[in-house]
Write a protein that binds this ligand. Structure first.
Ligand code: ATP
Ligand code: MG
Length: 521
């Protein structure tokens, strides 16, 4: 038995390898990766596979075979491949953290299919030279969250790494979920992720930190040649264009996050993809009540560095670190600063345009900025569900005599407690919105249709993942199946799934995994 994959290992062929072959923790120099063999799982079993991703790499129909399970649980290595972990560094929570690297990610191989390249990467497949003090493993709970969310994000139109498969290893993994000294054994699992590349800002920072300019150049040239070839052959001008492209892609990604209410939770530079993909679904969360200050990550609770409202600014902070890293190839502070300054302005415009689209506004009006700011303000006066609010807003009739607040009141978590002063603010806002809509050319129905392509009806609310996890822990994968299918069409009405178009239930308000997530995964 074999899997028909069109192997093409560009990364390992063209970039320098760590000459040490033993699987021991170490500092690695002048190399982009280390060869490493996945750990043998004791009793692997398949939980789920993504039909689209099977199709994307030409493996449709193979997913039930033993060999498929063996390969994607790390038990067997594909012929003509040599798995490896990547070497990267990074800034974590604002501080330089030195070498990090794939401590629990192992790339199986790169393949080409239908004119696309994919790197196949196992997350949770055992120790690597970069595991530092940790075990190289991942638990079922965090793997379900990564698996479901990467596919859900893709279908929402957000650039992201993808997921092919989710397997149980049959091994138990010790985790202290709350970091309170009460560790427990949990089921171990592995997600196979796919992306054209898993390179992160931290890969470039690594060589800059070591002042290893030749390897930095080799890596940047490689990135341009294979992932930004449309910019031309590497040269100083192309390095500048490359940086501009990374800035544009990162901005596009974060504006999508703001649009759908996704909070990444741990936007360290080692979690920033050089391709502008959402990467590392760890302590992420979805806004329920619209709140610029919300972060799902309990580890970040004190400073809320990675809260919803600051994500676009954190991307800029991370881009500054990338600029520093590739500076030796460009040697002009001025050029890099000009690009970074432009981001400030461009991200504001992009955010504004995105918010306009959420309101169904196509024409221009000088007061649009004020209208949006006023909405952001009133949305935060009482707990108001972001997804439900924007979806219901599309039902607002521009000539309606009813109070606008009636059309969105289902979005309030405590409708009976909306004070008169808040009601008044809503009434004022809706009057302005109604007046503004008169400037639009679309009728109510057309506007609703347009808004419903921008404002999803279904997102992977934190408690939904938790329900899938609770069932899966008992061996019941039906909720995973259901959510996976639901989230393939997040903008469709899907009346039969209406129960998921609902506010977070009260029981989930303070439950671990639903409102609070730690990095323990
Ligand atoms: N259980 C673990 N064993 C070994 N290394 C780990 C483990 N968990 C995290 N790390 C490493 O710690 C660093 C920061 O972890 P972070 O939580 O950002 O990443 P991650 O969730 O492991 O993976 P990724 O970014 O690949 O999705 C990375 O170098 C990561 O590989
Ligand atoms: Mg990470």
């Amino acid at each position: 038995m074999t899997l028909k994959l069109n192997i093409n290992n560009r990364f390992t062929k063209e970039l320098p390898a760590d000459p040490v072959l033993t699987n021991t923790r170490r500092q690695v120099r002048e190399a982009c990766f280390s060869y490493v063999t996945p750990r043998t799982p004791s009793q692997p079993s398949l939980v789920h596979t993504s039909p689209e991703m099977l199709e994307a790499i030409g493996l449709k129909g193979n997913e039930q075979s033993d060999y498929f399970l063996e390969v994607f649980s790390g038990a067997k290595i594909l012929p003509n491949t040599k798995p490896y972990s990547m070497c990267y560094a990074g800034h974590q929570f604002g501080n330089w953290a030195g070498q990090l690297g794939d401590g629990r990610a192992i790339n199986l191989t790169e393949i080409a299919h239908n004119n696309k390249y994919w790197t196949l990467q196992l997350k949770g497949a055992g120790e690597t030279p970069y595991s530092r003090t940790a075990d190289g493993l991942a638990v079922l709970r965090s793997s379900i969250r990564e698996y479901l969310c990467s596919e859900a994000m893709y279908h929402l139109g957000v650039p992201t790494t993808r997921a092919l498969s989710l397997v149980l290893t049959g091994d138990m993994v010790l985790r202290d979920v709350l970091y309170d000294g009460n560790p427990e054994y949990e089921k171990g699992a592995i997600v196979c992720r796919l992306a054209a590349s898993f390179l992160r800002f931290g890969n470039y920072e690594m060589f800059a930190a070591h002042q290893d300019i030749p390897t930095l150049k080799t890596l940047v040239d490689y990135t341009i040649t294979h992932h930004y070839s449309y910019l031309g052959s590497p040269s100083r001008d192309v390095y500048i264009a490359f940086f501009k492209e990374v800035v544009a892609k990162s901005m596009d990604m974060v504006i999508h996050w703001q649009r759908v209410g996704f909070v990444h939770g741990v936007m360290n530079t080692d979690n920033m993809s050089i391709l502008g993909l959402t990467i590392d679904y760890g302590p992420y969360g979805w806004l329920e009540g619209y709140d610029h200050n919300w972060t799902p990550n309990t580890t970040d609770n004190a400073h809320k560095r990675y809260r919803y409202g600051t994500q676009p600014q954190v991307v800029l902070w991370n881009l500054i670190k990338l600029a520093n890293a590739i500076y030796p190839l460009i040697e002009s502070v001025e050029i890099l600063e000009t690009i970074l300054n432009a981001y400030q302005n461009d991200v504001e415009i992009a955010y504004f345009e995105m918010m306009k689209s959420k309101l169904g506004l196509i024409e221009n009006d000088e007061n649009d900025k004020l209208l949006i700011e006023a909405l952001e303000n009133v949305l935060q006066l009482s707990e108001t569900d972001m997804t439900i609010f924007f979806r219901l807003l599309s039902q607002f009739k521009s000539n309606q005599s009813l109070e606008g607040i009636d059309c969105i009141k289902e979005a309030f978590y405590n409708p009976d407690e909306i004070k008169e002063s808040i009601k008044k603010e809503w009434t004022e806002w809706f009057l302005k919105y109604q007046t503004r809509l008169k400037k639009e050319n679309l009728n109510d129905k057309e506007r609703a249709n347009q808004m419903n392509t921008v404002n999803p009806k279904y997102v992977l609310r934190n408690y939904m993942s938790q329900l899938a996890i609770d069932a899966a822990e008992k061996g019941d994968y039906t909720v995973i199946n259901e959510l996976f299918d639901l989230l393939k069409k997040p903008y469709d009405e899907q009346i039969s799934h209406q129960k998921w178009f609902a506010k977070r239930p009260e029981w989930a308000r303070h439950k671990v995994g639903c409102s609070m997530l730690s990095c323990s995964s």
